[in-house]
Write a protein that binds this ligand. Structure first.
Ligand SMILES: [Zn+2]
Length: 239
């Protein structure tokens, strides 16, 4: 039997394959599920933190100012949502089958996007000797609940998946991960610390009413997360 994969997957498989593999047919495509065992790198003491803000318009934004936007992903979701409404009205067997197939392919697409984002963030943290600071995921759910018009695009499992991918890729690379309390990260000024709802006049803009500092709202939030990560790490690792 022949199979293929990315160069990285094939190399991993050749070097670390363990146990049995399963061949699974999904939506007319065949997938090989194989298990690999990869030893984790020893954890290195972080020299600062990359803060990661998870969102909807931008799936992940780092304190370095890198925005991983979910344009392609959100477009796919939008398209599928319309299709779903049409198909759900039909109630036929074939409509149900098609719905199921769409849901699965959307999930695969989202997982792939999350893998790519997580990989890029972990690689940057590793390269610069920093750890990764993430919002506590409970906090994300609470914050996102407030944004009603966008609720429809929220897939909370996708946030959790990205968080999980970041965590396991970080562990594998020996990069420290810290979860921080995300309360007010979007309203707080990362320059002077001033907290005010009016600091965030709209979705994309942060503009401090106290010191005048201005930045993309998600980048500002990611910087707060990085700072909280640094403080949290110092507190929990103080001898
Ligand atoms: Zn300020």
């Amino acid at each position: 039997m022949a199979f293929t994969g990315s160069a990285r997957q094939l190399a991993l498989l050749a070097a670390h394959r363990r146990g049995e593999s399963d061949l699974i047919c999904r939506d007319g495509m065949w997938f090989l599920h194989a298990t690999v065992e990869v030893a984790d790198q020893p954890l290195s003491e972080p020299d600062g933190f990359v803060g990661v803000d998870l969102g909807i318009a931008n799936i992940a934004t780092t304190s370095d100012g890198v925005r991983h936007c979910g344009k392609g992903l959100n477009a796919v979701r939008h398209r599928n949502r319309h299709l779903r409404r049409r198909l759900q009205a039909k109630q036929t067997k074939s409509a149900k089958r098609l719905l199921k197939r769409r849901r699965r392919s959307e999930a695969r697409f989202a997982a792939n996007v999350n893998h790519i984002i997580a990989k890029s963030i972990v690689a940057e943290a590793e390269r610069t000797g920093r750890g990764i600071a993430l919002e506590d995921l409970q906090g994300i759910r609470e914050r996102v609940r407030l944004r009603k018009p966008q609720r429809v695009t929220l897939r909370s499992w996708s946030f959790h998946q990205l968080g999980a991918f970041l965590a396991y890729k970080a562990v594998r690379a020996g990069v420290a991960v810290i979860l921080v309390d995300a309360a007010y990260t979007s309203q707080q000024c990362s320059h002077c610390g001033h907290v005010d709802k009016r600091n965030r006049p709209d979705q994309a803009t942060f503009s401090c009413t106290s010191c005048g500092f201005a930045e993309h709202a998600d980048v500002n939030a990611a910087r707060n997360i990085a700072a909280r990560g640094e403080t949290g790490w110092a507190v929990s690792h103080a001898a």
